[in-house]
Ligand binder design. Structure first.
Ligand code: BEZ
Length: 203
């Protein structure tokens, strides 16, 4: 399989953590891909018309995206066991969607201040994105700590990748300040070999 990859992408990281946890890194070849929406030539548009990473080319040449479809595919193909049976599955998927929503908002803030020219940036818009993240973090701290202490699953991995991206690109926001339980969970989770092996690297 081929995985279109950037070591800075938090969505690619989800896939990489799954591969490490499943002991299946030898099943994929990593293909470096562009990370900027302003460089469409270097994006995997033959495999994903949206041009986004991660995109996975399976052994029979089928293209699969986005990260949530890829992780479901790999989980089933590799028998990784990171999506539990229902009813826990619904919590896992909701946590994954919450984490991905946070990550998406965090990436949009990053793009706003690093891709848009200075005069066209909107601080109000960026704050609106941050409020989404803030609400989601509070909801996780209030309602999902029980799930986080359960068996490893893709919801936890997605959340850890979201938190890792906040640390990587938005450390000044200090998400830990009013969230002691989530911060304590992150200390343990970030120490997993799969998380250590996939720390983000600026492109
Ligand atoms: C980043 O550099 O922050 C980034 C890279 C790829 C995808 C999303 C964000």
């Amino acid at each position: 399989m081929k995985l279109y990859h950037s070591a800075a992408s938090p969505f690619v990281r989800k896939v990489m953590v799954l591969l490490h946890e499943a002991g299946a890194m030898d099943r994929v070849t990593l293909i470096p891909a562009a990370v900027s929406p302003l460089k469409p030539d270097a994006m995997p548009i033959d495999h994903n018309p949206l041009g986004k990473i991660p995109a996975l080319e399976t052994d029979d040449g089928t293209a699969i995206y986005d990260s949530r479809v890829i992780t479901r595919y790999l989980d089933e193909t590799l028998k990784a066991g990171l999506y539990p049976a229902a009813p826990r599955l619904w919590d896992t998927l909701t946590l994954e969607a919450t984490a991905d929503g946070m990550t998406e908002a965090a990436v949009l803030i990053r793009y706003e201040f690093h891709i848009r020219p200075e005069g066209s940036r909107s601080h109000d818009w960026a704050e609106g994105q941050w409020h989404k993240i803030d609400r989601a973090l509070t909801a996780v701290e209030d309602r999902r700590m029980g799930h986080l202490s359960g068996p490893l699953d893709m919801g936890q991995i997605a959340l850890a990748c979201a938190l890792g991206y906040l640390d990587f690109r938005h450390p000044e926001r200090d998400w830990r300040k009013v969230r002691p339980a989530l911060a304590a969970w992150a200390v343990g989770f970030m120490d997993r070999p799969a998380m250590r092996a996939t720390n983000p690297v600026a492109a």
